[in-house]
Design a binder for this molecule. Structure first.
Ligand SMILES: [Ca+2]
Ligand SMILES: [Ca+2]
Length: 253
């Protein structure tokens, strides 16, 4: 996420965060702070009993949400991927922070795509809950820039989007952009991920890194952004010009 988007996010997410904190913690006198600040800073409230703080987590406290991953599928020696914005190798992330009780709101939800007649598979494989990357479990969209859009069915507070494009062989997807919108036309979307480092997609210059797909997919944090629609763009990958989705999850409430 680039700085511009972080700023946009903060401004948009703060009122919702405050509303959540106030409604969930009636006796709190720390309403002038967001939950993130409260979680990182010792409470300055001297009249709050310690026992109360110990028995219930403060409103807005974030917990670790552990993801489930499919089996790794790499076969043979991966072809080296060369991209200017490719991230350095490192340990994969397996969890993210979110309020307790978030669920995968994308499960079995309707998915629209710029390619509704895929080359291989069907669009609904994107949200069918199966992350196994074997043949028959992914959808292959046509070449060039394509997108899928998930309608969550109701407005939500979104904390992470997790995506598995294709993990049977090592490839990095190009111009990956993920946006959250309150309206179906994406008139004022929040961009939570963008690795289009030359703005060839016309969606803005992205500062997120390109990454090689594995069974760990990708965790994209959304920091409580409000929206009902989640759109994921890509423009082919380093192995071929096609676009693939094994699964997309949208964690929120
Ligand atoms: Ca699937
Ligand atoms: Ca590009």
């Amino acid at each position: 996420m680039n700085m511009k988007n972080i700023q946009k996010f903060g401004l948009m997410a703060l009122p919702a965060a405050l509303a959540f904190a106030l409604s969930s913690c009636g006796e709190s006198n720390t309403g002038s702070r967001g939950p993130a600040a409260g979680a990182d800073t010792p409470s300055s409230s001297e009249d709050a009993p310690a026992a109360e703080a110990a028995s219930a987590p403060p409103a807005g406290e974030l917990v670790d949400i552990e993801l489930e991953f499919p089996k790794p599928l790499f076969q043979g020696t991966p072809v080296p991927v060369k991209l200017d914005n490719l991230e350095a190798p490192g340990e994969p992330r397996v969890s993210f922070k979110a309020p307790a009780g978030v669920t995968n709101l994308a499960a079995d939800k309707i998915v629209q795509s710029t390619d509704m007649a895929p080359i291989f598979g069907s669009i609904d494989l994107t949200t069918d809950g199966n992350k196994d990357g074997a043949d028959g479990n992914y959808v292959e969209l046509g070449p060039g820039q394509q997108s899928v859009t998930i309608d969550l069915g109701a407005p939500a507070e979104i904390w992470a989007v997790t995506v598995w494009h294709f993990h049977k062989s090592a490839a990095a997807y190009l111009d990956v952009v993920v946006q959250i919108s309150e309206d179906a036309d994406f008139t004022d979307p929040v961009t939570v991920f963008n690795n289009d480092d030359d703005n060839s997609s016309g969606l803005g210059l992205g500062e997120d890194p390109a990454y090689i797909e594995t069974n760990h997919g990708r965790i994209i944090e959304a920091n409580g952004a409000k929206g009902q629609f989640v759109r994921l763009y890509s423009n082919g990958n380093t192995a071929n010009p096609m676009n693939h989705y094994v699964e997309v999850e949208v964690w929120g409430k």
